[in-house]
Design a binder for this molecule. Sequence first.
Ligand SMILES: Nc1ncnc2c1ncn2[C@@H]1O[C@H](COP(=O)(O)OP(=O)(O)O)[C@@H](O)[C@H]1O
Ligand SMILES: Nc1ccn([C@@H]2O[C@H](COP(=O)(O)OP(=O)(O)O)[C@@H](O)[C@H]2O)c(=O)n1
Length: 278
Amino acid sequence: MFCRRWRPISTAICHQARAFTIAIDGPAASGKSSTARAVALELGLGYIDSGSIYRCATLLALRNKISDIDARHADLIGLISHSKFDIRILRNVWLNNEDVSKEIRCADVNRFVAEIARDAGVRAEVLKIQRSVAANAEKKSAAAADGTTPNGVVMDGRDIGSAVFPNAELKVYLDASAMARAIRRWDQMNSARNAQGKRSEEDGAQTEKPAYPTVEEIAREIEERDYADINRAHSPLRIAPDAVVIDNTNLTFEQQVHTISDLARERMGIPRKHEDSI
Ligand SMILES: Nc1ncnc2c1ncn2[C@@H]1O[C@H](COP(=O)(O)OP(=O)(O)O)[C@@H](O)[C@H]1O
Ligand SMILES: Nc1ccn([C@@H]2O[C@H](COP(=O)(O)OP(=O)(O)O)[C@@H](O)[C@H]2O)c(=O)n1
């Protein structure tokens, strides 16, 4: 007997294939993916960064010179539906057997992704991918489960609690001030760039360093993207009515991870674990 939704062990009618879904939504650079990944690791759940699927769809558009999504909507949907998306849990993102993890974070994709994500047809295709990747991740987490917590997934994005998994057991809306988010994204890009530079130096490679955006430029880019995500017609970025809102401007990363995993434990019917959760 199959039971997708999880109940506390004592009241569960079936003990197999229990699944617990955590949806984490919020604006750009609010800490969704790093937090979702850490919560998933702590609870033994699968993790899916749904933004990476929209970024892959955007890369397909850019590579196929689709700049007017309204005019070439059908072409892009054809490309998405015939592509292989491998959103490896906790690892890299592969599109048609190519590791595109770095390329999907480039400036062109950042600029164009919200335009692609506003298209209803694109969203419907991505929804199919999200649900199939989630089903796979759930299976893997079930295989690895030790029986003390349910299997399931953590997915982050913009519409996970409101549209993709409206029945998620826990919905979190993660937010932070616009300046905190811009500075964090700048730091994150700077660290990635330094790490890349160090690797190239060790390999003796002479690579040209790409132009580096200022905090103000990053702030503008994420503000424009947030505006587009909030104001689009289909599945806009919204706080789901039953979401727990966490503003992490003044929280440490550990505090927000501990808070969300303890909230999940409460709903799983098991004891909280951390003293610093809010
Ligand atoms: N509470 C926090 N304090 C400081 N930095 C944080 C906090 N939460 C997340 N970060 C950092 O902010 C950056 C952006 O987080 P990320 O998870 O990529 O955001 P998103 O997925 O929402 O775009 C990362 O470097 C992450 O480690
Ligand atoms: N569930 C989702 C996830 C992302 N997206 C779109 O994809 C873009 C990139 O998402 P992301 O999560 O990688 O963005 P960051 O918050 O990491 O900057 C967003 O700005 C949205 O336009 C969406 O529409 N719905």
